[in-house]
Ligand binder design. Structure first.
Ligand code: 5GP
Ligand code: MG
Ligand code: MG
Length: 184
C-alpha cells in the first residue's frame, strides 16, 4: 500500500522487513544481557516511539516502560545544541537497570545531556540503545551499547522519525528529498 508521503522520499534505506529483523536481533541481545533482571526501557519521545513499540514486543524478559521528551532540534535538520526536558519520567529510577531507547544518535548532544540527568538519579545501571547511528556527526562522545544501523550523514525520516513533524508514520526509513527542506 502506497503512502502519499512516498513521493518526498529519495530512496528507502531500510525496509520494513530489514527493520523487523534488526529489531528482533537487538531484543535478543537485551534478553541475553539482562537475564534474571527486569530492565526499565525509557523511550525518548517522540522519534523513538515506533522503535520502542516494536522492540518491547520482541523482548521476552519482564520489563517496564517509561517516556521522556526532550527538545533540541526545532523544525530544522541540524542540532541547536540546546536540550530541554519537555516531559520527565513518571517513575523513580533509583536502583533500576535503565535502557534509554533513542531513534537516532547524531551529534550526541541530546543523549550525553540526558545521561547526566539520569545518572544523577542513581540507577543501578544505564545503557543506551539507538536504532540509527550517524558516527560522522558526533561532537559529544557517547557510549553506545545497542545500535541498529550505522548510517552516513543523510537526513532520514520514517519509522518514527520526522521532518517538521511529518513522515513519522512511514513504515520504512528513507532519505528525504532535499527539495522538501531546501528553501525553508
Ligand atoms: P543529537 O543530539 O544526537 O544531535 O540529535 C539527536 C536527535 O536529532 C534525534 O533524536 C532526532 O530527533 C534528531 N535527528 C538527528 N538526525 C536526524 C535525521 O537524520 N532525521 C531525523 N528525522 N531526525 C534526526
Ligand atoms: Mg530522538
Ligand atoms: Mg525530530
Amino acid at each position: 500500500m502506497e503512502h502519499i508521503l512516498d513521493k518526498d522520499v529519495e530512496r528507502v534505506l531500510f525496509s520494513e522487513e530489514q527493520l523487523r529483523q534488526r529489531v528482533a536481533e537487538i531484543a535478543a541481545e537485551i534478553d541475553r544481557d539482562y537475564a534474571g533482571k527486569e530492565p526499565l526501557l525509557v523511550s525518548v519521545l517522540r522519534g523513538s516511539f515506533v522503535f520502542m513499540a516494536d522492540l518491547v514486543r520482541q523482548i521476552h524478559l519482564p520489563c517496564t516502560v517509561d517516556f521522556m521528551a526532550v527538545s533540541s532540534y526545532g523544525s530544522g535538520t541540524s542540532s541547536s545544541g540546546q536540550v530541554k526536558i519537555v516531559k520527565d519520567l513518571s517513575e523513580q529510577i533509583e536502583g533500576k537497570d535503565v535502557i534509554v531507547i533513542e531513534d537516532i544518535l547524531d551529534s550526541g548532544n541530546t543523549l550525553s545531556y540526558l545521561l547526566q540527568i539520569l545518572q544523577a538519579r542513581k540507577p543501578a545501571s544505564v545503557r543506551l540503545c539507538t536504532l540509527l547511528d550517524k558516527p560522522s556527526r558526533r561532537t559529544k562522545p557517547v557510549q553506545l551499547h545497542y545500535a541498529g544501523f550505522s548510517i552516513p550523514d543523510y537526513f532520514v525520516v520514517g519509522y518514527g522519525l520526522d521532518y517538521d513533524e511529518r513522515y513519522r508514520n512511514l513504515p520504512y526509513i528513507g532519505v528525504l528529498k532535499p527539495c522538501v527542506y531546501e528553501g525553508k
